[in-house]
Design a binder for this molecule. Structure first.
Ligand code: NIG
Ligand code: FE
Length: 389
């Protein structure tokens, strides 16, 4: 194992107790962070990298992405920008394309999107199924997802499969029975879209309960399209995360604040569906743990860029730059119940981003500009500065 001393750091944002540090250095040893402290006190290492006054932050943790699909829906996006509303029904056109695609085509698309994620600084990402909606297509989606991440989520309950349009109870029986049996070995999480046009509270409970019985941990797509029971179901079932949280009442906010359930906000979805953003200030000021994620999918949010989500969260959701960075790193880690990622501290996985900026505020201050200078994942450089290639 070789160790690398990263020095010349303008500002180190650790997300750990010591907060932002100037004049800091970090030592990576193998796949872990071995030392963090003042550059003046840094011990020797096998190699040395001077980042010339740049800011260093933890790798982003994208805790919500739908990457196993085929096709694209740019025409639907263009129609929305001309006034059409978003509806869950669009999911079915991606289902048709996904079922028709070969494993190789699906794998190539996930490969392309995960490269985008890594290039933009996301060193951990979750991947959901949910565009197959048959036992065969959901399980192959998860098998392919597992080739790219351990954080795989069974979302057979994305919408009712078209074949079951007249028999939603039959579809829930499939999702909680044969389909679950085939998918559980490839998944860590179970998710359900509990919203208008998808699944109601009782169906969501049944789906999560079955998933938990099969050894999966719950998370919920909740309160995206309208106010509904999703958040309460998530809290009641001990979900790691309630995702979207766009339409909340006071009881929802209080329930989240009192729970171990993270509110995962997905500004790409509101941006791309031209919908009102979730009230991040109300959540944070009420003591709710908040995460930011991309929700990358071909319908409601076709972005892999956490810097974009941070910029929108700061500009339009009234998060401070520091809150947005925290939500995109340690917040995402909490939403995945992980303590080994999302922060720069001794023993954590060596996942770092070197920014082409002196301060992470620039992630929101310079929207749309690629500020990712270098990415380290598990101690290995996955993206080098353009001028070093
Ligand atoms: O998280 N809300 C449900 N699922 C996705 C959208 C999927 C689609 O439109 O294809 C989401 O936004
Ligand atoms: Fe989603």
């Amino acid at each position: 194992m070789t160790s690398t001393l990263i020095t010349g750091i303008g500002l180190l944002s650790t997300q750990a107790d010591i907060g932002d540090v100037r004049g800091a250095a970090v030592i990576l040893d193998g796949d872990r962070i071995a030392w963090v402290g003042s550059a003046n006190d840094a011990p020797e290492a096998d190699a040395r990298l001077d980042v010339d006054g740049r800011a260093v932050i933890p790798g982003f943790v994208d805790s919500h992405a739908h990457l196993v699909f085929a096709g694209e829906r740019s025409a639907e996006f263009a129609a929305r920008m001309s006034g059409q509303p978003y509806s869950a029904g669009g999911i079915r056109s991606t289902v048709t394309a996904t079922r028709a695609a070969s494993d190789e085509e699906l794998r190539a698309n996930v490969d392309r999107l995960t490269r985008e994620l890594l290039r933009s600084g996301s060193t951990t990402f979750e991947i959901k199924s949910g565009y197959g909606l048959t036992t065969h297509d959901e399980s192959r989606s998860l098998r392919i997802a597992r080739e790219f991440t351990h954080e795989t989520t069974y979302l057979g309950a994305h919408v009712v499969a078209p074949e079951f349009a007249d028999d939603p109870a039959g579809y829930v029986a499939l999702v909680t029975g044969t389909m679950l049996d085939a998918c559980a070995p490839h998944a860590r999480w179970v998710d359900v879209f509990c919203d208008r046009g998808a699944f109601d509270a009782d169906q969501a409970r049944a789906i999560l309960t079955a998933g938990i019985g099969a050894g999966l941990a719950p998370r919920v797509h909740a309160n995206q399209l309208q106010h509904g029971p999703g958040v309460q179901v998530a809290v009641e079932m001990g979900a790691a995360s309630a995702d979207h949280c766009t339409h909340l009442d006071d009881d929802d906010v209080a329930a989240l604040a009192d729970s171990g359930t993270v509110a995962t906000l997905l500004p790409g979805a509101e941006f791309s569906t031209r919908s009102p953003y979730p009230d991040a200030r109300r959540l944070i000021d009420s003591g709710v743990n908040v995460a930011l994620a991309t929700d990358c999918n071909p319908g409601s949010s076709f972005t892999t860029s956490m810097p974009f989500c941070i910029a929108v969260a700061v500009r339009d959701m009234h998060m401070t730059p520091a809150e947005a960075l925290t939500a995109a790193t340690v917040g995402g880690a909490r939403a995945l119940r992980r303590s080994d990622i999302g922060r720069i501290e001794v023993g954590a996985r060596a996942d770092l981003v070197v920014l082409d900026a002196p301060d992470p505020i620039h992630l929101a201050y310079r929207p749309g500009v690629d500020l990712i200078h270098q990415v380290w994942r598990g101690g290995a450089p996955v993206r080098r500065a353009v001028d070093e290639r």
